[in-house]
Design a protein around this ligand. Sequence first.
Ligand code: SF4
Ligand code: SF4
Length: 209
Amino acid sequence: MLKFLKQVGDYAKDSFQAAKFIGQGLAVTFDHMGRRPVTVQYPYEKLIPSERYRGRIHFEFDKCISCEVCVRVCPINLPVVDWEFNKEQKKKKLNHYSIDFGVCIFCGNCVEYCPTNCLSMTEEYELSAYDRHELNYDSVALGRLPEKVTLDPMVQPMRELAYLPKGVTDPHDLPKGSQRAGRHPEDILEELEQEKAQREKASADSEKN
Ligand code: SF4
Ligand code: SF4
């Protein structure tokens, strides 16, 4: 009998503990329900890709010298450079250039190594198509200017975490004119210039003395 009563007591104690923990968990859940969701409501709200984002590649036909460096540095030799040798000019003439974005891994090697900078990465990432052959961009499609999140009147652009002001983690409702955390490259350059000027002044002063 005593054993049975002890079992009942233990059961009641365990049940109380479990109910307490569930209550504590629910308190946290309800606390979160009162907070503003940080969800970005795509497609009406979109994050602005970072400045080094590797989106769709842009190509400038007139700058390409058909050297095929982009093909050699590509992990899958993807860019198709169709050229012919112009005997009169003794120069390669580019006929056609294409990149198949269904195969590209957006590593940016071709952009990095192109000697004439005719390739660049854009911030465009919405490339989905119903037919995979539509992803094979020719030189005209590659030369199209990229769509910008910030220029779309239907979209509310939002900053990514690294571009939010210090201490802010939610991209919604930022105060106007708020600066991103950290320093801009131009700020760093300015500081370096000032340091250089100070060093030069100090060395000029020491030479005088
Ligand atoms: S981004 Fe990378 S995978 Fe795509 S074409 Fe360039 S080198 Fe090739
Ligand atoms: S590396 Fe640049 S210049 Fe050379 S073929 Fe490729 S795109 Fe043209």
